[in-house]
Ligand binder design. Structure first.
Ligand code: IPM
Ligand code: MN
Length: 353
């Protein structure tokens, strides 16, 4: 029996999570695994009503789950940074989810903004370091509001943090068994301290993986190639900030925020899966948002839990629906409502039996 913590969160988060749970239920019945969910009301509504985000006790409680499923975080009435830092980043950091795994895969039938690129061309994985880099909150502001104001934001990289991320990336590249090529995405020509550490660690750890080809690209060139020749990539490993940026670009070339899913992974603890788009305030409550990303995030969760057959069934069902049923991946243009898309995936899961 799997125990799953569900945090629907803000905006359209609850709408897409409801569909992911519908598909989870159908898949469990089909494949015969059992689970129970507990829902947490963390997010903007609770914060605006009570001033509370999450406390130590909440974090402690979440450690007891097998996995977590998160909808979205962020609300126009809450200043930027409060919920992001207080909820999402806090969970990633305190639960030591040091890998952010973001597959970039174009499914058949999904419209791609790149001319002449098809599903065979867009199928790679980004491994984003998830607990360090520019995200630690180190730095500060002095002389605030004066002409002498100074603001620093420190890019913190530890050998320990970089090494475990890179090691995970080599392992995944081996397991994936495609081109067997791992690209380090950095900026060694400018970040001559921080990314020198990445570069040296990459090459040292790489010695232990003679079967994996080591490749390097600066982050700006990575962006260029993701548009020009995405077929080049197999697995990309990168720091937190660069990973954040290139995976939004990745989401666009795989059909948009409606389809992009990711996992915040602690290989030795509890991991959290989420659609990578935001809370989409303007679509909230309209039943028009695309739930495919949340459904795929749930599929990634099943894979992580070791339910490989169930995860495959979810992916096949998603592919069936995107290829044959949806007119577009964009909110309001799918030809179906949010809940109808969930129903279509449930139906496809059943049909694939
Ligand atoms: C993401 C998001 C977050 C990030 C924000 C909401 C803090 O953009 O998951 O990519 O920057 O990591
Ligand atoms: Mn992001």
């Amino acid at each position: 029996m799997y125990s799953i913590a569900v945090i629907p969160g803000d905006g359209t988060g609850p709408e897409v999570i409801a569909e992911a749970l519908k598909v989870l239920d159908a898949t469990a019945k089909l494949k015969g695994f059992r689970y129970r969910t507990n829902t947490y009301d963390f997010g903007a509504r609770r914060y605006l009503a009570t001033g509370k985000i999450i406390d130590d006790g909440d974090v402690q409680e979440l450690r007891s789950y097998d996995a977590m499923l998160l909808g979205a975080v962020g609300h126009p009435d809450v200043p930027p940074g409060i919920l992001e830092k207080g909820l999402l980043l806090r969970l990633r950091f305190e639960l030591d989810q040091y890998i952010n795994l973001r597959p970039v895969k174009l499914y058949p039938g999904v419209e791609c903004p790149l001319a002449d690129k098809s599903p065979e061309d867009i199928d790679f994985v980004v491994i984003r370091e998830n607990t360090e880099g520019l995200y630690t909150g180190m730095g500060g502001i002095t002389y605030k509001g004066t002409p002498n104001e100074v603001a620093t934001q420190v890019m913190c990289n530890t050998r320990y943090g970089v090494e475990r991320c890179i090691r995970y990336a080599f392992e995944l590249t081996r397991k994936r068994n495609r081109k067997k090529m791992l690209t380090l995405c950095g900026k060694t020509n400018v970040l001559t301290f921080a990314h020198d550490l990445w570069w040296r660690t990459f090459n040292e750890v790489g010695e232990e993986y003679p079967d994996i080809k080591r490749d390097y690209a600066h982050v700006d060139a990575t962006c260029m190639w993701m548009v020009k020749n995405p077929e080049y990539f197999d697995v990309i490993v990168t720091c937190n900030m660069f990973g954040d940026i290139i995976t939004d670009l990745g989401a666009m070339i795989q059909g948009g925020m409606g389809v992009a899913a990711g996992g915040n992974i602690n290989p030795a603890g509890v991991s959290m899966f989420e659609p990578i788009g935001g809370s989409a305030p303007k679509y909230t409550g309209k039943n028009v948002i695309n739930p495919i990303a949340a459904i795929s995030a749930m599929g990634m969760m099943l894979e992580h839990l070791g339910e490989h057959e169930a995860a495959d069934a979810v992916e096949r069902a998603v592919v069936h629906v995107t290829a044959n049923r949806l007119r577009s991946m964009s909110a309001g243009k799918m030809g179906y409502s949010t809940s109808e898309v969930g129903d279509l995936v449930v139906e496809a899961v059943g049909a694939a039996k």
